[in-house]
Design a protein around this ligand. Structure first.
Ligand SMILES: Nc1ncnc2c1ncn2[C@@H]1O[C@H](COP(=O)(O)OP(=O)(O)OP(=O)(O)O)[C@@H](O)[C@H]1O
Length: 205
């Protein structure tokens, strides 16, 4: 167990109507990448959403560097990014507007860094398109560009490589393996295949 965990989940209880998923579940994670494994339906996405504040636990606590998600939800969320493969929440916006919205939600983000990520993922030409016109892979890349650029402590990524072309996969692997990132961020990711990344640990659900 981590002595000073970055992410601290204690006694987590959560269920979907009559479908118990977590009962007094504990997870303590430090910096670096943790691979969250489990069969289909085991609860991996649900756990990421709980840790990202997108779902509310029925019991227990979740804290990031001592900031409790329930007691200080905004302070917690400022330090956390959930990158799922979900379809756009605000489908009437352009890619640029979605990105600007996130820049205003995370005021310490360096726009130049975000621009560099968008360029690396070959997305600059899509900025003025409605977000609904992105392909599945482009949408994933937009979310990943944001996730990589946001100065958050906790990065939650659901199936990071799903839908990406080979160049984007290689780029993402390089970015996630960068030692300075591994030292400063706690990264929890799901993957059905070995992510081939330097891992701090593995959690099996
Ligand atoms: N909104 C919801 N309402 C009811 N049940 C849900 C909901 N979302 C997920 N579930 C159920 O919760 C369980 C866990 O789902 P979850 O998506 O967390 O699994 P997973 O481990 O990520 O699966 P996969 O590997 O297939 O992506 C499944 O049985 C799923 O049907």
């Amino acid at each position: 167990m981590e002595l000073n965990p970055v992410l601290r989940i204690d006694q987590l209880t959560f269920e979907f109507a009559s479908h118990p998923l977590f009962r007094r579940f504990d997870l303590h994670l430090g910096a670096g990448i943790t691979w969250l494994r489990g069969e289909n339906g085991a609860g991996k996405t649900t756990l990421l959403k709980l840790a990202g504040g997108a779902l509310t636990p029925h019991g227990g606590s979740i804290a990031l560097d001592g900031v409790d998600l329930h007691a200080q939800p905004l302070a917690y969320r400022l330090q956390c990014c959930y990158c799922g493969g979900d379809t756009p929440q605000l489908p009437w916006l352009t890619v640029r507007e979605i990105l600007d919205l996130h820049l205003s939600l995370y005021p310490h983000t360096d726009p130049a860094l975000l621009n560099a990520e968008l360029e690396a993922f070959h997305l600059l030409h899509t900025l003025d398109q409605p977000v609904t016109t992105l392909s599945l892979g482009q949408h994933k890349k937009m979310q990943l560009a944001l996730a990589l650029a946001l100065p958050v402590r906790l990065l939650l990524i659901d199936e990071p490589f799903n839908g990406l072309d080979a160049d984007a996969m290689a780029y993402l692997r390089r970015q996630l393996s960068a030692p300075e990132r591994l030292a400063r961020q706690c990264i929890l990711l799901t993957s059905h295949l070995d992510p081939a990344l330097p891992l701090a640990g593995t959690v099996q659900l």
